[in-house]
Design a protein around this ligand. Structure first.
Ligand SMILES: N[C@@H](CCC(=O)N[C@@H](CS)C(=O)NCC(=O)O)C(=O)O
Length: 243
């Protein structure tokens, strides 16, 4: 299968798509893109939308972690990403929807808020990526891209603080799905691949790791994404973390 995946390094839905391709045993080439530049490149290569992950497979273009999952199950049904039993499938699809629509974004906002204050860790988040420019240079000159990304993701103080406040409740839902077997079963499913990278990304922030690592959600992330790239030293205001 001729397959190319467009990603932003350390982007959690991009890692979800990579894990799903690996689960299916599909060989693929990866194009690493810098944020913001990614939007222009994706349009230039013919995708209708402006976000990663974006997949070219067998001449088709599929964008977004959930459509990519379905396309992979269609093209290569085994091993499945979605359970066949209708009740289990509905539970997994609800967890997957939550991962995409409710969990991804607050974690993205917290990360961009942090990067706005400290760009140095960008080198770690880009580990192993081929961005077309030396990573040190990209970090040194990256302030405008970071500012645009933070704005694009609405990573204001107010929104970052709200995202932090919401995190415990979001983690409770993930823990509950692990407890009832929707997530973290013997066979990983599409919701595991959707949710674990978001948790893994959150755990790269030194400020957030302590509230996650000893939960079932933390164990799931370590199992599914054992080495998430990047590490953000403490940067969140102490008073936000206390409340
Ligand atoms: N919910 C979408 C999210 C896609 C998304 O927002 N991707 C981000 C990276 S995590 C992106 O492409 N942002 C563009 C940019 O930062 O310039 C999915 O799961 O595919």
């Amino acid at each position: 299968m001729s397959t190319r995946l467009y990603v932003i390094p350390a982007s959690h839905p991009s890692i979800a798509a990579q894990l799903m391709l690996e689960h299916k045993g599909i060989d693929y080439k990866r194009t690493d893109l810098m944020p913001v530049v990614s939007k222009v490149v994706l349009r230039a290569v013919g995708f209708p939308g402006i976000t990663v992950p974006a997949l070219k497979i067998e001449g088709d273009k599929v964008q977004g972690s959930r459509p990519i999952a379905r396309e992979l199950d269609r093209l290569r049904p085994e091993p499945p990403l979605l359970p066949t039993d209708p009740t289990q499938r509905a539970a997994v699809e609800e967890a997957e929807r939550f991962g995409d629509e409710e969990l991804q974004h607050p974690i993205r906002q917290l990360l961009w808020w942090a990067i706005k204050r400290n760009r140095e860790p960008l080198a770690g988040y880009s580990e192993g990526a081929k961005l077309g420019v030396p990573i040190g240079l990209a970090v040194k000159t990256g302030a405008p891209l970071v500012a645009l990304s933070a704005r694009f993701n609405e990573a204001s103080d107010e929104n970052a603080r709200k995202a932090l406040e919401r995190l415990p409740a979001l983690l409770d839902r993930v823990d509950a799905w692990i407890e009832d077997g929707t997530l973290g079963g013997q066979q990983l499913n599409v919701a595991d691949f959707q949710i674990a990278p978001s948790i893994g990304l959150a755990m790269t922030l030194d400020d957030l790791r302590p509230m996650i690592e000893n939960r079932p959600a933390g164990a799931l992330a370590r199992r599914v994404v054992p080495r998430y790239p990047g590490r953000m030293p403490p940067v969140l205001p102490a008073e936000w973390l206390r409340s």
